[in-house]
Design a protein around this ligand. Structure first.
Ligand code: MTE
Length: 336
C-alpha cells in the first residue's frame, strides 16, 4: 500500500470532537428514550420472510447527508481505549476510488450518490435477493459497536460504528451447504469515482472475501453508521464491512454485491501484491509486512495525526478470545 510521506492536509487540534462530548450526547439521546432507528425482524421462520423488504416510500434516511442513527450498545465493544475523534475518522481515510491521499476521499466523495442503492445477495443461497438499503436500515436491528480499527499501514483508530451482524443478513438468504466463502464487491461507477477512471494498478471494482465461518462470526459487522449518524461517503456509505480482527483493507466499502460460493474468491490487495497482503489478513504483531513492522501502531486520537502515540499491536487486534479458534490450522508465523 502506498504510504505518502506527508498527506497534503493537516488537522487542527481544535477540530477534534472530544470523546466526552460524544458520550454525553449519546447518553442524553438514550435518556430521552429515543430507541434504535430499526425494529427487529419478525420471526425468521415466517413464510413471508422478505415481505419486510418490499419497497416502501417510508424511507428511514436520506443518504446524501448524514442522518441521526442510534443503536443499542453492544457487549462486544472495546473497553478502556479512548475513541478516535469523529472528525479524524471522517478525514483520514483510505478509499482509493476517491484518491490515494488520506484527505482526498472526504473531498472527492462529497457528492457521491448513495440513494437509491441496492445490494444483491446471490450464489450458494436458497433465497437470492436484491435489497434496498432503505429497507435494510428499517428492518435490521442496529447496534453500536466500538471497535479497534487497525490498518495494515500501521495506524489505528477506535471507532463507534453502527451496524448489524453480517450473520443476521446471511441467515435470511439461507446459505446452502456449498457456501464456503462470501465475496463482496464495491460499486463500479467511474463517473462518480475518479480513481476508477484512467490508469490504476487496481482492477476495479474493489473486491473482498471471508470464509463462511468468519462471515458468521458475531463480531463481523455490516456497518451503516458511525458516531451516532449514518456513514459518510468517505467511510463507505451506505454499507460497508468491518471485521475488527483483520487489517482494515478487508473492510470493503460501498458494497453492492454479496456472493456466496464454494471456492475462495479473489481479493483486491492480494491480487495486487500477494506477498504483502493475504486473503486472511488477520492482525498479527509477530508477522511484519515485508516493508515495515507490525509490532506497534500509531494510534490516531486527540491531537495531530503526525504526533500520534505508538501503542502495541495486539494479536487478532485484541479479539483473540472470540476468533482464535477459527485459525487452529493456520501457521500464525506466516503472512496470509
Ligand atoms: N474499500 C474500497 N472499496 N476501497 C478502498 O480503497 N480501503 C480499505 C478499506 N476499504 C478501501 C476499502 C482500507 S486500506 C482501509 S484501512 C479501510 O477501508 C479504511 O476505512 P476508513 O477510511 O473508514 O478508516
Amino acid at each position: 500500500m502506498l504510504i505518502k510521506s506527508r498527506p497534503s492536509w493537516f488537522l487542527s487540534e481544535n477540530d477534534a470532537t472530544p470523546e466526552s462530548i460524544y458520550k454525553q450526547r449519546r447518553d442524553i439521546v438514550k435518556k430521552l428514550g429515543i430507541a434504535a432507528a430499526a425494529v427487529p425482524f419478525a420471526s425468521q421462520t415466517h413464510a413471508g420472510l422478505f415481505d419486510v423488504f418490499s419497497s416502501s416510500n417510508d424511507k428511514v434516511t436520506e443518504q446524501d447527508s448524514r442522518m441521526t442513527l442510534e443503536g443499542a450498545s453492544s457487549e462486544f465493544s472495546t473497553k478502556g481505549l479512548a475513541l478516535t475523534p469523529e472528525n479524524k475518522v471522517l478525514t483520514y481515510n483510505n478509499f482509493y476510488e476517491f484518491g490515494t491521499g488520506k484527505g482526498e476521499p472526504a473531498e472527492q466523495a462529497k457528492n457521491f450518490k448513495t440513494t437509491p442503492w441496492t445490494i444483491e445477495i446471490t450464489g450458494e443461497v436458497a433465497k437470492p435477493v436484491t435489497l434496498d438499503i432503505a429497507d435494510v436500515m428499517k428492518n435490521m436491528k442496529i447496534e453500536e459497536r466500538i471497535y479497534r480499527h487497525r490498518c495494515v499501514e500501521a495506524w489505528s483508530m477506535n471507532v463507534p460504528w453502527l451496524g448489524f451482524p453480517l450473520a443476521s443478513l446471511l441467515h435470511l438468504v439461507q446459505p446452502t451447504s456449498k457456501a464456503k466463502y462470501v465475496a463482496f464487491e464495491t460499486l463500479y461507477d467511474p463517473d462518480q469515482m475518479p480513481g476508477q477512471r484512467g490508469f490504476s494498478s487496481i482492477d476495479y471494482p474493489y473486491v473482498e472475501g471471508l470464509t463462511i465461518a468468519e462471515a458468521m462470526n458475531p463480531l463481523t459487522l455490516m456497518t451503516v453508521g458511525l458516531y451516532g449518524k449514518t456513514l459518510a461517503p468517505q467511510n463507505g456509505a451506505p454499507l460497508r464491512l468491518i471485521v475488527p480482527w483483520k487489517y482494515g483493507f478487508k473492510g470493503i466499502k460501498s458494497i453492492v454485491k454479496i456472493h456466496l460460493l464454494e471456492k475462495q474468491p479473489p481479493t483486491t490487495w492480494n491480487l495486487l501484491a500477494p506477498d504483502e497482503y493475504g486473503f486472511y489478513a488477520n492482525v498479527n504483531p509477530n508477522v511484519d509486512h515485508p516493508r515495515w513492522s507490525q509490532a506497534s501502531e500509531r494510534f490516531i486520537g486527540e491531537g495531530s495525526v503526525f504526533s500520534s502515540v505508538r501503542q502495541e499491536t495486539l494479536m487478532f487486534n485484541g479479539y483473540g478470545e472470540q476468533v482464535a479458534s477459527l485459525y487452529k490450522n493456520l501457521d500464525l508465523k506466516r503472512n496470509y
